[in-house]
Design a protein around this ligand. Structure first.
Ligand SMILES: [Zn+2]
Length: 421
């Protein structure tokens, strides 16, 4: 009897083992930025392919532009938005301040650099109408990015005026977007890069020329159909290979009321949207929480990328994949104290609070992070005495088991109080 039982157990264990190996799928991530489509237009038009992705997973509004009136306020401008997505930080860190004369601070790693700094080798890909996305924003080949190399490159079409001569209404840009998507779909289908970025430009161009209306609506739907080719390629990979894909489609900013412009901090310009095929998202994927800077930590967590602590402590976003313990970190000063407050999804989780009174990281240096205390997430606040470390900038990180939050307490001038003794 014993022998029979153990034989059955062994067979059962073996069988479970088989299933388990079948279940370990190779993970791949792709994100698509389609330029300058306001969330209300998306929701009115319900573009069929993007909403098919959302039907598989989720759709939500979100925001861009950092926190208004604070150190992280970020103009609602294209390259600035892409870099917030790439680095998981706002403009005060990544320092991309416009679409030209860009002086990016590469100390804040892009997703592409993060992928290449992993022990495991990951293949990366970029599909873009705009070459600067690779050469300037990602900083390919520069010593400051550890000589980042992208494995599959499909861009440079904007510079090829023979193949894509300027057309009425800038329709050569739409022709380039079509080629970009065709290249992305075939590369996903055949080579399946581990991390891909697709950038599509023409919708922004249409709105700048025609504002809200039938012309722009038409091109939102046309760009959606192009994205559909990529979505089909992702589904083809999942069906035919042992792979699990994360796809995120988003926009880099909203638009003003008439739809022509953007760049300011009005609600419509700050409002973005995201669609993802992820079935399980946490509370970060809700309109008041979700923002550009959440895409970097979401992809990192999905892919299992790890970061050195000093790089990780600068990330402003929160993963919407996996568990979230805490959210909404704020700071205010009371005499010579900083009072941190947050919200808790898991009140029982324990959090560790770290502080540094320097920002050497910005210049490529090291900050000394001090562990200043622990608290229960459910306490929702913690007071840090700053008396012994007068400074005009304090950086705080609150670390919970499943996520972390960071905030700066920044002064325009030296703190008014003198150090003790
Ligand atoms: Zn844009």
């Amino acid at each position: 009897m014993m022998k029979q039982l153990s034989l059955i157990s062994i067979l059962m264990l073996l069988c479970m083992g088989c299933n388990k190996t079948d279940e370990v799928k190779t993970r791949k991530a792709i994100f698509v930025i389609v330029d300058g489509i306001a969330a209300d237009n998306m929701e009115r038009l319900q573009p069929p392919y993007i909403f098919d992705i959302a039907k598989t997973g989720h759709y939500s509004r979100g925001y861009c532009g950092g926190a208004v009136g604070t150190y992280s306020e970020t103009p609602t401008i294209s390259a600035i938005g892409y870099t917030s997505i790439l680095t998981g930080t706002w403009m005060n860190k990544h320092n991309v301040r416009g679409n030209s004369n860009i002086d990016a601070n590469y100390n804040y790693w892009t997703l592409f650099r993060i992928a290449k700094e992993q022990k495991q080798s990951y293949k990366t890909a970029i599909f873009s109408s705009w070459t600067d996305n690779r050469t300037v924003l990602l900083g390919e080949g520069r010593p400051e990015t550890n000589n980042l190399k992208i494995d599959y490159v499909f861009d440079g079409y904007d510079l090829d005026t023979l193949r894509f001569p300027k057309q009425k209404d800038d329709l050569h840009i739409y022709a380039i977007d079509s080629l970009v998507c065709q290249k992305a779909a075939s590369c996903v289908q055949e080579d399946a890069p581990d991390l891909s970025w697709v950038y599509l430009w023409y919708t922004d161009d249409a709105y700048h020329q025609y504002g809200n209306g039938a012309y722009s609506d038409g091109y939102v739907l046309k760009e959606d159909a192009l994205i559909g080719k990529i979505w089909e390629a992702v589904q083809y990979r999942e069906k035919n290979f042992n792979e699990e894909w994360l796809i995120i489609v988003t926009t880099d900013h909203g638009r003003d009321i008439m739809g022509y412009g953007h760049g300011g901090q009005t609600e419509r310009e700050r409002t973005i949207w995201m669609a993802t095929n992820l079935k399980d998202v946490n509370k970060q994927f809700t309109p008041n929480s979700l923002s550009h800077v959440d895409i970097n930590p979401t992809i990192c967590r999905f892919m299992g990328f790890t970061l050195p602590q000093d790089v990780n402590f600068e990330i402003d976003g929160t993963s919407f994949y996996g568990k979230r313990d805490i959210s909404d970190l704020h700071v205010y000063n009371y005499e010579d104290k900083a009072i941190l407050s947050w919200q808790a999804d898991d009140s029982q989780a324990m959090v560790d609070i770290y502080m540094t009174p320097t920002n050497h990281y910005k210049e490529g240096g090291k900050d000394t992070w001090q562990h200043v205390g622990t608290a229960k997430a459910g306490d929702r606040q913690f007071t840090v005495d700053l008396h012994d470390a007068p400074s005009n900038i304090y950086k705080f990180v609150v670390v919970a088991p499943n996520n972390q939050l960071t905030i700066w307490d920044i002064k325009d001038q030296k703190r008014p109080f003198a150090p003790k003794k």
